[in-house]
Design a protein around this ligand. Structure first.
Ligand code: MG
Length: 220
C-alpha cells in the first residue's frame, strides 16, 4: 500500500515534469537542475558560471530553499531574473513547484535556466522537474564514500563537479576513489575538478555546458 502511494506521487510528478518540459522546449530554453548536499557550493558555482555566461547567453535561476532568500539575493546581483521557491520543509523541488513559478520568469527571453535544488543528497535525485540535464556537486570535504552510499544522484546526473578541490592537500580524501566509484555507478558521467574559491576548473565546466546545450537544443 505504501509503495503504491509513492509510485502514484512519482507518476503525477512525471506528468507535470513533461508539461514543464514542453514549455521549456517551446521557449527554447536549456534547463539545468543543480543538486548537492547543503554547503557543497551550488550558489558559488552558479555565481561563477553565470558571470562567465554574461553577454553570451541570457540566464535565469529558480532558487530552491526550505526557507529564506539569501542565495537568491546573491544571484540577483548578477542582474538576471531569479525566482525563489521556499518549500516550507520539503527537502527537494518537484515538478509541480517548478510549474507554479514559470509564469514569474521571462521564459521566452531566457536561453539557459538553472534550477538550484534544495541542499540534500537523497530526495532531489528522485524527482524530475522537466530539466534537460541534472548536474551534481560534491564537495571533497564530504568524503570519498558518498558515491557508494548515495548512488542515485550520481546515477541521475550528466556531470559531477568535485568542488573545493584546492582543499585536497589538507584532507584524507581519496579523489580517485570518488571518481572510480562514480563512474562505476554511471559510466557516462562527466567529472570536473573545480575550486569556485580559487576559480579553478570553471572554464572547462562552462565549455562543456555550452557544448551540451548546443547538442541538446539541436536534437530537440
Ligand atoms: Mg545555495
Amino acid at each position: 500500500m505504501k509503495l503504491r502511494v509513492v509510485k502514484n506521487i512519482l507518476e503525477a510528478n512525471d506528468r507535470i515534469a513533461l508539461s514543464n518540459r514542453e514549455r521549456f522546449k517551446k521557449a527554447g530554453v536549456f534547463v539545468v537542475n543543480i543538486m548537492s548536499a547543503p554547503g557543497a557550493g551550488k550558489t558559488s558555482l552558479l555565481e561563477k558560471t553565470i558571470s562567465r555566461l554574461n553577454g553570451r547567453l541570457r540566464a535565469g535561476v529558480i532558487e530552491g530553499d526550505i526557507v529564506g532568500t539569501e542565495d537568491a539575493e546573491r544571484l540577483e546581483k548578477l542582474g538576471i531574473p531569479v525566482v525563489q521557491i521556499n518549500t516550507q520543509g520539503a527537502c527537494h523541488l518537484d515538478a509541480n513547484m517548478i510549474g507554479e513559478v514559470l509564469d514569474d520568469l521571462p521564459l521566452n527571453d531566457l536561453e539557459i535556466l538553472f534550477i538550484e535544488n534544495v541542499g540534500n543528497l537523497v530526495c532531489p535525485a528522485e524527482f524530475n522537474v522537466g530539466e534537460d540535464i541534472k548536474v551534481m556537486l560534491l564537495s571533497i570535504t564530504e568524503g570519498d564514500d558518498k558515491p557508494s552510499k548515495y548512488p542515485l544522484m550520481f546515477k541521475e546526473s550528466s556531470a559531477l563537479i568535485l568542488n573545493k578541490i584546492d582543499l585536497a592537500p589538507y584532507l584524507d580524501v581519496n579523489i580517485e576513489r570518488i571518481k572510480q566509484d562514480s563512474l562505476r555507478i554511471n559510466p557516462q558521467l562527466k567529472i570536473f575538478e573545480v575550486s569556485c574559491k580559487k576559480e579553478k576548473g570553471i572554464d572547462d565546466w562552462v565549455s562543456w555546458l555550452l557544448h551540451v546545450r548546443d547538442t541538446v537544443l539541436k536534437l530537440s
